[in-house]
Design a protein. Structure first.
Length: 118
C-alpha cells in the first residue's frame, strides 16, 4: 500500500523542540520533492520547508533559522527538526511527496498535530 506517514507531533512548551518524521511506504522517496506544510485552525495550508529531488532546501521566512529539513534515503524518511517553537507554530503538519515527469504524482500524509503552549 502506497502511503506517507507523519509522526512526532505533540504538545511542547514555547522554546521547545520537536522532530517530525515523514516515512514513505510502498514507494521510494529518492527522486521525489518533499514538502512540509501546516494548517492552523481557520487558516489556509502554508508551505514550511521543502527539498527538491536534487537536494535543494528552502524554508518559509517564518521558520528560517529555527527549522531544519533533512532526508535519509536509507530509511525512506524525511525529517523536520523544529527548534525554538512558538505558539504561532501550532498547526497540523503534513508532508507531501511529488514527482513530476510526464505526469505529476502526489502523495499526502494524514497529518500530525503540533501544539505549542505553556
Amino acid at each position: 500500500q502506497v502511503q506517507l506517514v507523519e509522526s512526532g507531533g505533540g504538545l511542547v512548551q514555547p522554546g521547545g523542540s520537536l522532530r517530525l518524521s515523514c516515512t514513505a511506504y510502498g514507494f521510494t522517496l529518492d527522486n521525489y520533492a518533499i514538502g512540509w506544510f501546516r494548517q492552523a485552525p481557520g487558516k489556509e495550508r502554508e508551505g514550511v520547508a521543502a527539498i527538491t529531488g536534487g537536494g535543494i532546501i528552502n524554508y518559509a521566512d517564518s521558520v528560517k533559522g529555527r527549522f531544519t529539513l533533512s532526508r535519509d534515503n536509507a530509511k525512506n524518511t524525511v525529517y523536520l527538526q523544529m527548534n525554538s517553537l512558538k505558539p504561532e507554530d501550532t498547526a497540523v503538519y503534513y508532508c507531501n511527496a511529488r514527482l513530476q515527469t510526464i505526469v505529476t504524482t502526489d502523495y499526502w500524509g494524514q497529518g500530525t498535530q503540533v501544539t505549542v503552549s505553556s
